[in-house]
Write a protein that binds this ligand. Structure first.
Ligand SMILES: Cc1ncc(COP(=O)(O)O)c(C=O)c1O
Length: 382
């Protein structure tokens, strides 16, 4: 109502500043710039790091397209490095092996909310003189080794799109410990203005990537709920992990004591058909869906298998200065390929309920498992 009655509904309403201040404080980072979505946030952050034509940026292939397409929108080249099967995040070793003299930055994604090994990535980036961007679109409030995500890299980005842990339908956020990087991001999102400059004074080439006052007001309220919701999900996932011990066909990644807070945006399980009498993953998913469990297959393929990357010359070549880094068509990163075949997701809303909701999931899994031999023989009959 404050925004409604202000007659200033757009990106210059005071609630935007309030959101930036409280989001930065929550993640213990000095500077924040709100913007229109998480994709724009990555693009703007990369520009602020100086990423441009001719540069390479290392990125995992097991993530949403935005982590890579934002690099291309800066006319730079995404270079895919494989994930670590123990975490499903970018492998530190693979990232290091992918560094070339053209590498300008590494985009680390805290996939599903699980914080990446940021101490190791920070050390790698410093040692090899490359910039570090945390794509924290899934990881609001996650903590690694006592420190929240968002302040480990040179810059970090978040999303408030409809599926995310907190949402205003759309929205994004950029965090940085550097006042200089934050000022560049703010200016880029605000038509090249300066925060303390005039409305018609434009210092750099920018555009309008602002979030609105309404979105910010909603997000200020939602932000207050994150600690409690992260706690509830943590407890329910621990209980779920215990229940899974009786269902050998599904496994969860091991806990890591260095993860102080995992918000469980997406809980990824690995499926082994041997545990379900050889029934394939997608059939088991359909059976569980029929039992009312909203379980889904993960991404159908690693990012580089998208048709976009097959159109190298037709699409990417139009970006001036773009250079072909990897042969995407023949790329085969085994761990990313494997999790796209055997991974399944349960999303964060599933674990916001009570223990008996978790019991429902376990009971449905047991039921489908008990029917596995029947399903399997029906499949054989065709
Ligand atoms: C890992 C990741 N990065 C970035 C984004 C982009 O965020 P948005 O949808 O707000 O543009 C998303 C997804 O929505 C995502 O999953």
């Amino acid at each position: 109502m404050r925004v409604l009655h202000s007659r200033q509904w757009g990106g210059y309403h005071e609630s935007v500043k309030e959101l930036e201040t409280s989001f930065a404080r929550f993640h213990q980072v000095e500077h924040a710039v709100a913007c229109s979505n998480g994709t724009i946030a990555i693009e703007v952050a990369l520009r602020a790091l100086g990423v441009g034509p001719g540069d390479e940026v290392i990125v995992p292939p097991y993530t949403f397209i935005a982590s890579a397409s934002a690099i291309m929108l800066c006319h730079a080249t995404p270079v895919f490095a494989d994930i670590d099967p123990e975490t499903l995040n970018l492998s530190v070793k693979a990232a290091e092996a992918a560094i070339t003299p053209r590498t300008r930055a590494i985009v680390v994604v805290h996939f599903g909310g699980r914080p990446a090994e940021m101490d190791a990535f920070q050390a790698l980036a410093r040692r090899r003189g490359v910039k570090l961007l945390e794509d924290a679109a899934h990881a609001h409030g996650a903590r690694w080794c006592g420190t929240p995500v968002g302040g480990w890299g040179d810059v970090a980005t978040f999303s408030f799109q409809s599926f995310k842990l907190i949402t205003a339908g759309e929205g994004g956020m950029i965090l940085s410990r550097s006042a200089e990087i934050a000022e560049k991001c703010w200016s880029y999102c605000n038509q090249g203005r300066k925060r303390d400059g005039g409305w018609f004074d434009h210092y750099t080439l920018g555009t309008n990537y602002r979030i609105t006052g309404f979105q910010s007001a909603i997000l200020c309220e939602q932000l207050k709920k994150i600690p409690e919701q992260n706690k509830i999900r943590g407890e329910n996932v621990a209980y779920f992990r215990d229940g899974l011990k009786d269902i050998p066909g599904f496994t969860l990644m091991a806990d890591d004591p260095r993860i102080e807070q995992h918000p469980y945006y997406l809980l990824t399980l690995r499926y082994y058909p041997e545990g379900f009498g050889g029934v394939d993953r997608d059939t088991v998913i359909r059976a569980l869906n029929a039992e009312g469990i909203p379980i889904k297959a993960t991404y159908p393929h690693p990012l580089y298998r998208n048709p976009l990357f097959a159109q190298k010359s037709a699409v990417l070549g139009r970006c001036s200065g773009w250079h072909a880094g990897q042969d995407y068509e023949h790329l085969n990163l085994p761990e990313a390929e494997r999790v796209c075949r055997d991974g399944v997701w349960l999303n964060h809303t599933v674990f916001l309920g009570e223990r008996r909701d978790v019991d429902d999931i376990i009971a449905a899994m047991k039921k489908v498992k008990s029917l596995a031999s029947t399903i399997s023989s029906l499949q054989t009959v065709g």
